[in-house]
Design a protein around this ligand. Structure first.
Ligand SMILES: [Zn+2]
Length: 251
């Protein structure tokens, strides 16, 4: 597993980041950054799942996005020096590479390929935020919980999710007793096979039929963003070389 944004960079552009890239582990429940904090690092997950959380003054929380190896945490700091709007929490352990935000910003201004990856990430995040907003307003909570489970499943790429009912209650912004009821309903439909000791085992196909359309739409949009990028990969890199083209090719 590798981070898809980093993997899409041509080698010379990746080399600009590499001297300051540092491997880290993403520990279960670790807080990578808190709302209001300055963004010191951009974190590129290679596996595992992170959710961005909004913390309300009354102590309620809700998740606004799930980030795995298709994204990064802290990348939106290229938009300007403002503190983090969300708290980033690891929901499934994994590994990542991180780079100081100052270095990342320098590479962003030097490298068109990096700017493209930032555009991809911003597109994917805006799509998640907008669809998530519509979903929260229009879709029943059971379908929303199914959607979140599928989103986290996409990040970890297996059907056992290290989640407690408490975590789901924080992500959905509903009471713990509501989560218990929803879990019971989803188990009855066969969408959840087991829920024990902080491990939820899902049946992906049945869960997809319990979820609203939002998960499917999000997946399709993310794949289109990456596919669009693959089309552009033939653009010259920093050294003027066209990837995938052999010396002597016509055109
Ligand atoms: Zn929805």
């Amino acid at each position: 597993m590798g981070n898809r944004l980093l993997a899409a960079l041509p080698a010379p552009d990746f080399e600009l980041l590499k001297p300051e890239l540092e491997p880290i582990t993403l520990d279960q429940d670790a807080v990578l950054s808190r709302a209001g904090d300055a963004i010191d690092y951009v974190v590129f997950p290679h596996g595992g799942a992170i959710t961005l959380m909004i913390d309300m003054a009354d102590g309620n929380t809700v998740a606004t996005a799930a980030i795995g190896r298709e994204g990064a945490v802290g990348m939106l700091s290229v938009l300007g020096p403002s503190p983090s709007a969300t708290t980033a929490v690891v929901r499934a352990a994994g590994t990542a590479s991180r780079v100081p935000a100052s270095r990342f910003h320098a590479v962003f201004s030097q490298s068109p390929a990096m700017r493209r990856q930032v555009q991809n990430h911003i597109k994917a995040m805006l799509m998640q935020f907008q669809l998530g907003l519509a979903c929260n307003a229009l879709h029943p909570v059971e379908a929303r919980m199914a959607r979140w489970l599928l989103q986290l499943r996409d990040c970890v790429e297996h059907d056992e999710l290290p989640l407690t009912q408490q975590t789901l209650s924080q992500m959905l912004g509903v009471r713990r007793t509501t989560v218990t009821l929803l879990m019971r309903n989803l188990r009855a439909r066969g969408a959840i096979k087991a829920d024990r000791r902080g491990l939820i085992e899902i049946d992906r196909v049945r869960l997809a039929s319990a979820a609203c359309e939002c998960h499917r739409v999000m997946r399709r949009e993310v794949e289109e963003i990456f596919a669009g990028d693959a089309d552009r990969v033939r653009a010259p890199d920093l050294l003027g070389r066209v990837p995938g083209k052999k010396a002597g090719d016509a055109g």
